[in-house]
Every structure is written in C-alpha cells, then in structure tokens.
Design a protein. Structure first.
Ligand code: 5GP
Ligand code: MG
Length: 177
C-alpha cells in the first residue's frame, strides 16, 4: 500500500545531482573513481551518477555491478544472509576509489557483504557508500558517505523505490506490509 510519497522524480534527480557534486568534491576530482552499483536498483542509480559526473567534469566514470541476494522471508524479518551472486568490474580496482551505490540502506548487511566481495577482488584505495534512501535500523557499524534522503521508518514499513529503468516512473514512497 502506498502511504506517503517521499521523493518524486524531480527530487530524485536533484539528490543525484547533489551526490554527484559531493563525490567530485570529496575526492578532489574523479581520478581513479569507479562507481559500483548493487543490483537491482543500485545499478541504474550508479549509471545516472556516472552520467551526471561525466556532464560536470567531462570525464567518463567506469561502472561495476555487484549482485547480492538476501535470504530472508520478508523485509520485516531482520536476520538474513546476503549472498554474493556475481561481480562484474572490468577495471583493476587496486588503488582505486570505489563508490558503492544502493537504493536503500537498512541493516547494513548487504553493504558488509559487498565490502567482502570488493576486498576479495583486490586492494582498493578507499571504498565509499552512496544510497538514495537511508531508512535507519542499522545492525552493523556501517554508514553512508552520500545520502539522497534520510527516511526514518517503523520496522513494519518499507520504502518502495521506483526508477524508470525498472519501473513505470521515478518515485520513492513509504509502504506498509
Ligand atoms: P540491508 O542489507 O541494509 O538490511 O538492506 C539493504 C538491501 O535491501 C538493499 O539492497 C535494498 O535494496 C534492500 N532493502 C532493504 N530495505 C528496503 C526497503 O525498505 N525498500 C527497498 N526498496 N529495498 C530495501
Ligand atoms: Mg537491493
């Protein structure tokens, strides 16, 4: 059920534009930056960030993809195991700045698994995290460097993220199970 719209298409675009500028500023440019999207909806977000940065700086930012599946019955049930399915990063990540991108940050378990997978691939110089929504309820000491919007939720609530790449529109709303 759709309860409250928290971001419309314009708000999502503005947030991504701001985050793109923050990535450039924090890293004093874009040298050695690789953006890594977490499937599913982190990937279109990674592509949008890469293209916004390309428009600002005039340089191409490579993109990688991580596919992580969560084993759990539903989003309200909090104990689950993230499992790495695939990693597609063409570049050598040694000494690179990796910016992980996901749609929603919740317990932090997915990001923890993503960090393990990335560190298995090589020795990045740093890893940063960008999320469209931080909905709280962390179970691990993980935080995002770049946040589109903080949306405190009750545990029985979930955030629905719709992106035109995978859905019919760009919209974020609070739903209930
Ligand atoms: P975590 O591992 O931090 O508990 O959960 C993050 C992962 O689960 C992300 O990949 C995210 O896509 C998904 N997720 C967790 N909570 C929500 C939510 O409320 N809405 C959506 N759309 N995805 C969520
Ligand atoms: Mg996900």
């Amino acid at each position: 059920i759709e309860k409250t719209v928290v971001m419309d298409g314009k708000a999502i675009e503005r947030a991504l534009t701001r985050i793109a500028h923050e990535i450039i500023e924090k890293n004093k440019g874009t040298k050695d930056v690789i953006i890594v999207g977490i499937r599913k909806r982190g990937v279109p977000l990674a592509e949008r960030l890469s293209s916004i940065i390309e428009n600002i700086e005039g340089v191409h930012i490579p993109i990688g993809v991580l596919d992580i599946t969560l084993y759990r019955d539903d989003l309200a049930h909090m104990s689950y195991q993230p499992l790495i399915q695939e990693t597609h990063i063409d570049e050598d990540i040694t000494n690179k700045t990796l910016v992980l991108v996901d749609d929603v940050l919740y317990t932090g378990r997915t990001i923890r698994a993503a960090l393990d997978a990335l560190i298995d691939l090589g020795r990045p110089k740093k890893i940063q995290l960008a999320v469209l929504i931080d909905r709280g309820h962390r179970e691990l000491p993980i935080r995002a460097d770049y946040v589109g919007k903080n949306v405190p939720t009750a545990t029985k609530e979930a955030i629905a993220v719709k992106l035109t790449d995978t859905d019919d529109c760009d919209k974020v709303f609070i739903g209930e199970y």
